[in-house]
Design a protein around this ligand. Structure first.
Ligand SMILES: Cc1cc2nc3c(=O)[nH]c(=O)nc-3n(C[C@H](O)[C@H](O)[C@H](O)COP(=O)(O)O)c2cc1C
Ligand code: SF4
Length: 443
């Protein structure tokens, strides 16, 4: 089994388990990165270290964090903000809540370093209100940090000041999207906004420039400042420094586990590290990226876990979930289930996503019920292009990944249902009595 424990940066080793209290975190070197930054480094130097470390956003898109911060820093706004996105949009991902519960002070130290680097004096941490233990743990840690003059005015007797407000909301998948969070913080209805302009140019309150980062991105910053960019980037791939937290499921109904692996590890090594074998779990496919991710056949297990190789294979980092599917899974039915879930989670603001994902679900329901015709495959292909291309936010851009990967890697599952009117794995039950009639999407 690969020894990824040696590269743990944000989860704690069992021997180093409890750093939840301020005193325990400080006894392991906690807040020394903040002290070093405030006393020895300029904000530009902190920013440059984060660029050199090849820290890429863990929230899904993989943008270079330091480049995003540089735009925020260079803005002439007198007031700037930092938002820590600790929402876990995909409710089956445990990454954000694990960090908040297990290592809250490292999250706070990361937020403060980001605020120092971009020139912000107010930060918000946005989480799911239903993750009560995580919410309580980070609130208590902020309180401890305020009392120790690590958060608030004139931090550590320097002229750097920064407050942190912890906010919680429960609004399904879309609560994790950045413009939705900014709207909610401002007390508005949580709906995605058109970009550009990006939050780094047009953010909170009266359009003030805002650096919004995933909690998992920010929790890596103390290590970079304390140990240096080269030490950080010594773990990871050529393109992406550091590690990734993954929520791994042995099957759709199993208990999850959270693991930390270096970027660039293969899917096979990750499963080994999690103690899973595709043979022992009678697996037929691996889903990468959670609800908006795609499915890969076992022949793709040597794919490296990194933004670009995953995208080439048709899957995404997404919510950081990896899940094995049983060998008798009908992939038409699987894609239908994912699509039905995404239909419910779409906010409905734009037509391609609101109607397109629903239509895909309907056509797949027809095929699963052995009511499909060969023309359905062409219509599905049209939707698979039309929805991502016409959608306003990242939700619609990724929503057709389950369909696209199921069609790409298991075309025979579709043709067997349509041409032979039977399920290729003998597992599907009809869900419709009538065909879902859909004309071509594009003229
Ligand atoms: C539908 C949707 C849900 C998202 N959910 C999350 C989430 O739960 N956590 C997160 O960090 N980013 C999430 N993102 C990405 C954020 O919008 C944003 O890009 C991210 O917080 C930026 O941080 P990063 O640069 O550190 O990745 C989501 C995006 C979309 C479109
Ligand atoms: S793509 Fe979907 S989730 Fe995003 S704004 Fe449009 S309807 Fe809403």
């Amino acid at each position: 089994m690969p020894k990824f424990e040696q590269s743990y940066r944000v989860l704690q080793h069992s021997a180093n388990a409890d750093v939840r209290s301020l005193s325990a975190y400080r006894s392991k070197g906690g807040y020394s990165a903040l002290e070093k930054a405030l006393r020895e480094l300029s904000p530009e130097q902190v920013n440059q270290q984060v660029i050199d470390a090849k820290l890429r956003g863990r929230g899904g898109a993989g943008r270079l964090t330091g480049e995003k911060w540089r735009i925020t820093r260079q803005s002439e706004d007198d007031q700037k903000y930092v938002i820590c996105n600790a929402y876990d949009a995909d409710s089956r991902s445990l990454a954000a809540r694990t960090l908040l519960e297990q290592n809250p002070h490292q999250v706070i130290e990361g937020i403060l370093l980001a605020a120092y680097a971009v020139g912000a004096s107010e930060a918000y941490l946005f989480t799911r209100s239903t993750s009560a233990a995580a919410h309580a743990a980070v609130q208590q840690a902020v309180q401890e940090a305020v009392e120790a003059n690590l958060v608030g005015r004139d931090i550590l007797s320097t002229d750097f000041s920064c407050t942190i407000s912890v906010l919680g909301a429960e609004m399904g998948f879309m609560g994790g999207e950045e413009t939705v969070q900014m709207a909610l913080i401002k007390g508005r209805r949580g709906m995605p906004e058109q970009r550009p302009p990006f939050p780094a140019q047009y953010g909170l309150w009266i359009c003030k420039t805002t650096a919004i980062n995933s909690v998992e991105t920010l929790v890596n910053v103390p290590y970079i400042v304390r140990e240096g960019a080269a030490a950080f980037a010594s773990v990871g791939s050529a393109m992406t420094g550091g590690t990734k937290l993954l929520t791994v499921y042995a099957s759709p109904t199993s208990e999850p586990q959270v693991v930390e692996v270096p970027f660039g590890a293969t899917l096979r090594d990750i499963l080994d590290h999690a103690g899973l074998s595709t043979a022992a779990n009678a697996a037929g496919a691996v889903v990468v990226g959670g609800a908006e991710g795609g499915a890969l056949p076992l022949s793709a297990l040597d794919t490296a876990y990194d933004f670009d190789p995953l995208e080439e294979a048709g899957v995404i980092v997404g919510s950081g979930i990896i899940e094995l599917l049983p060998v008798d899974t009908c992939m038409v039915s699987w894609a239908m289930g994912q699509s039905a879930y995404l239909t419910k989670e779409s906010c409905g603001k734009c037509v391609p996503c609101r109607l397109g994902v629903k239509r895909i679900t309907g056509i797949l329901e027809g095929i699963v019920s052995d009511l499909g015709v060969s023309g359905d495959l062409d219509v599905l292909d049209e939707f698979a292009d039309y929805v991502p291309n016409g959608s306003l936010c990242g939700f619609g851009v990724q929503a057709t990944n389950p369909l696209k990967t199921a069609k790409r890697y298991w075309p025979e599952h579709f043709t067997t249902h349509i041409q032979e009117q039977r399920c290729p794995t003998g597992t599907c039950v009809p869900v419709r009595a009538h065909r879902f009639v859909t004309k071509h999407v594009l003229p």
